[in-house]
Design a protein around this ligand. Sequence first.
Ligand code: MEV
Length: 318
Amino acid sequence: MIPHVGTGQTVAKIILLGEHSVVYGYPAIALPMHSLKMTARVEPVRGGHNEGTLTGLGWSGPISKAPAHFASILRAREVAAEFVGDPDGLLSITTESEFPAQRGLGSSAAAAGAVIRAVLNAYDAKATAHEIFTLTQEAETIAHGQPSGLDAVTTSATSPVHFQAGRTTDLGLPLDAWIVIADSGIHGSTRETVGHVRSLYENSFRETQESLSRLGKIAEGAVDNLRSSDISQLGIKMTESHGILADLGVSTVQLDELVYAALDAGALGGKLTGGGGGGCVIALAHSYEDAQRISDAMREAGARATWTQAPLLNEVVA
Ligand code: MEV
């Protein structure tokens, strides 16, 4: 089959509760951020010795010269090309993202998922959600080692997701609160922080197991809070989780300061989101006015950028 230009889209994700513990089979709750999009476009390479180009993250050049951090995108193209039955097909790739990479917002899973969808689209190929998830996981493995699958699922979800041991339940519940995301401006390496927790787990098993289990219990308990729209309790759980994640050593001084600034400004709760070691903090707010105040406070405390997501509307307003 001759491919045509194909496009694919995914979104950023935030983990409301349960990062790191999810790697050990505990439940987590994550949200797609529909207002922060990742788009991929693939274009067949026609004729000559042209191998195709890659354009994204401020870099553009021949695919064979792409820097190492593009490895999972290239793997995404490869596994999708194998899936559609054209493993040698040459495609140029362009990715465009409305959110930064390496900040715990799921950029690598989102990019891999968007490229896979773009390749499928270029070949008019159909795939089930589970097949796309499996392909995304294959690409993600290059970026993260052994990802739980939470990022791959959430970056294409439609509502808050409950995820445990590879099983996803789309909760179908809106989150009736404002969310402020604040970027510390510092790269966080999920591979490194997951490796750090793994070494704690191996060397101080009992304490680490206890912390991971608490994180899992908190995440599970939050499902009821979401159902009853008890966002005050949800906020309390987020702050408690941040403390446990900090004790596990995956927070940073900057992330802690952003959480304190959000709480001082009236946030219902705040925590790091994603792998940590840098990246972003999320805070929960009752109203638009509260969200604005919290956003301002986090910027004053050093956030490089903030995004505010409205309840139900999924709209970036700042
Ligand atoms: C990364 O966004 C979330 C982690 O729990 C890793 C994973 O789930 O694979 C830290």
